[in-house]
Design a protein around this ligand. Structure first.
Ligand SMILES: Cc1ncc(COP(=O)(O)O)c(C=O)c1O
Length: 483
């Protein structure tokens, strides 16, 4: 079992135990657990004494004892720091948990990606190609220019210039006409979906989800007390007719029309129209999860479903995790006009918690034209990286592999000949440090396709692609792929 983490900040003091001993114990614990890192500066004895309501001499005596044992260094007026020599000691962590954390065997664990990302990991944009210098310039400028009002609470719907920039971008690039008032800034797709569920659903409401689907969607809905109804996906996308047959009165449908997650197919126009028609006839809502719609490599991109939403039933959910980077934790919703008031009330209770300065940096990034330049660059880069990985897999596996290259997206699906299940193959790959995910666990019920999902966006060169494909061949073989 994992040990509970000690508090980093020293909390209230228990007056029954010697005060100096308690302060000493807590600081030692924090240093041992690497919560206070080598080189970190401790609060001054005066400040800590005032925070804890004890005499300054009490804190000083704990500091002196720590210094005597080599845990801290007193540097006179420069303060007291954690001894830099402690850097050699490993952090106290249960070894088993660390080893397991790098093996995301459960598809639900996809949401918590390992750090740093593993080779072939899904859903991570090309981190080497992000314009970090430019970003830090924009960030520095924004932070320097922060005025007192900007340090206050902001609008819980999001920073207006960002909402304006998103509205302009969506109109031009995704064909979605909307007003900034319809845009709500959120902490990413899951935060968006949680807000939708809290605002629109009642317990046991039925929701169409794609089969197969993005596991966090189903899990979040289940946890919130909704009933997900699995609607099959074929090579034209969601088969709405099946949804109508199974759950005509569902209140919501969550779909990924641009590139179905995980199969990668784009929803055909007739299917889009059927889905919109169902929603308007049953007064249901559609959540369009457009997580990577910008990355399209063959033919013109299909416009967003929201752009055809003549009866205003589509809630468009965008995320900056793929188009910028996931560490931003930034997404947004475009609401139908009829829902803006209800959601504005909702965010008074569940605000988005995204730092205003982050929102301002992203607004500058979009307004100054960097965003569209970055997307254009990434589209070309990903098309190339995808081709590199596909070619390397074909070289390594020959006729034993079939690769689905959808019209867009950030991953491919590779299907291997042989008797081993995709879950077995995924486990073998993961043991070798490759983050391939099995396709079949993303289905509910029978009628499963099998295959391995692999992210290609961080495969930088032909050599790296060849090295990864060879490592995968060795990992899957374990004697023989068909074993
Ligand atoms: C289908 C799907 N939707 C949305 C997202 C984005 O989620 P978030 O904004 O929480 O990073 C992802 C990320 O992998 C995804 O695969």
């Amino acid at each position: 079992m994992k040990e509970p983490s000690p508090p980093l900040k020293i909390g209230p003091i228990d007056r029954r135990i010697a005060l100096s001993q308690q302060i000493y114990d807590r600081l030692r614990h924090a240093i041992d657990a690497h919560l206070l890192r080598p080189g970190a500066r401790l609060a001054s004895a005066r400040a800590l004494a005032s925070e804890l309501g004890v005499a300054r001499g009490t804190v000083e005596s704990a500091y002196q004892r720590l210094a005597g044992e080599g845990y801290v260094l007193a540097r006179g007026p420069a303060g007291t720091i954690v001894s830099p020599h402690l850097a050699q000691q490993p952090a106290r962590q249960p070894a088993k948990a660390t080893a397991n954390a790098r093996l995301p065997v459960d598809p639900g664990a996809m949401a918590a990606s390992p750090e740093p990302p593993l080779p072939l990991q899904l859903g991570i944009p090309a981190l080497d190609a992000f314009p970090r210098k430019l970003w830090s310039r924009l960030a520095t400028r924004r932070i320097r220019a922060s005025s007192p009002p900007e340090l206050s609470y902001g609008d819980p719907r999001g920073y207006l210039p960002l909402r304006q920039a998103i509205a302009a971008y969506l109109l031009v690039s995704r064909g979605v006409p909307c007003r900034p008032e319809q845009v709500l800034v959120t902490g990413g797709y899951r935060a968006s979906l949680a807000l939708i569920v809290q605002t629109l659903l009642r317990q046991r409401d039925r929701v169409w989800v794609e089969n197969p689907c993005y596991p966090p969607t189903r899990t979040l809905l289940e946890r919130a007390g909704a009933i997900p109804c699995a609607v099959p996906v074929d090579d034209e996308g969601l088969v709405s007719a099946e949804g109508v047959r199974e759950a005509p009165k569902a209140r919501l449908a969550v779909v990924t029309p641009s590139h179905q997650a995980p199969l990668g197919v784009s929803m055909s126009m007739p299917r889009r129209l059927q889905l919109l028609d169902w929603a308007s006839r049953h007064e249901a809502w559609i959540v369009e999860d457009d997580y990577d719609g910008e990355f399209h490599y063959h033919g013109p991109p299909l416009p967003a479903l929201k752009s055809r939403d003549t009866t205003d039933r589509v809630i468009y959910a965008g995320s900056f995790s793929k188009v910028l980077f996931p560490g931003l934790s930034l997404g947004y919703l475009v609401l139908p006009e009829g829902l803006t008031e209800q959601f504005s009330a909702s965010v008074q209770i569940w605000p988005n918690y995204v730092a205003r300065v982050t929102q301002a940096i992203v607004a500058d990034f979009i307004d100054n034209g960097h965003f569209s330049r970055h997307l254009k660059k990434m589209r070309a880069l990903y098309a190339n990286r995808r081709a590199l990985l596909a070619a390397a897999l074909t070289d390594a596996f020959g006729a034993r592999v079939t690769i689905d290259l959808a019209r867009g997206g950030m991953h491919l699906v590779a299907r291997f000949a042989g008797r081993a299940s995709d879950e077995t193959l995924a486990r073998r790959a993961q043991r070798a440090g490759l983050s391939c995910q099995a396709l079949s666990p993303r289905y509910l019920g029978e009628a499963k396709q099998e295959g391995l999902l692999m992210g290609f966006t961080n495969v930088a060169t032909a050599q790296e692609a060849a090295r990864l494909a060879a490592a995968l061949r060795d990992a899957l073989a374990v004697g023989n792929v068909s074993a």
